[in-house]
Design a protein. Structure first.
Length: 153
């Protein structure tokens, strides 16, 4: 797919060292994790929002969605959620898979991303495979949902 890349590394919040040039072991100089960003915004009472996307069903729809990510990032969402689309081979490599959409949002568009994974009716091995793939793609924020079966709904 022909996705554009936007470098947003310099715009991500960082925890600063106490003195320039001097490292402090108690204050890391790494980018904040998503939960740290959320907690910081809550504590500072700064408003924030996130965006949630259900992966499209067609390859053209996937290209269209990813093409809109560049415009949506201008609104400065704190992060975006990508839902698990069971009918669209969510852990696969298709353009319409949840994993591919989440990877494109994160790696090509620079959007902080949280991938939803539905664990209902899945074996430990399948879930582990999905988690390892997400990690290999750089996806560090996962919302694992137990989900329900049709008989429990």
């Amino acid at each position: 797919m022909g996705f554009g890349f936007q470098d947003v590394g310099s715009t991500l919040p960082r925890i600063k060292d106490s003195e320039p040039g001097k490292k402090s072991s108690s204050v890391p100089s790494t980018p904040l994790s998503l939960i740290e960003k959320v907690n910081h915004r809550i504590a500072s009472k700064d408003p924030f929002f996130s965006l949630e996307f259900f992966p499209p069903r067609t390859p053209n729809g996937a290209v269209n969605l990813v093409g809109k990510f560049d415009r949506m990032i201008r609104g400065c969402p704190l992060f975006c959620d990508i839902t698990w689309h069971p009918a669209g081979d969510p852990g696969g490599d298709k353009e319409t898979s949840s994993m591919t959409i989440a990877s494109a949002a994160l790696n090509y568009c620079g959007l902080e991303t949280m991938l939803h994974i539905t664990c209902a009716n899945q074996t430990k091995e399948v879930i582990t495979k999905h988690l390892k793939k997400a990690k290999a793609l750089g996806i560090r924020n996962v919302l694992a949902l137990r989900g329900g079966t049709l008989s429990t709904l």
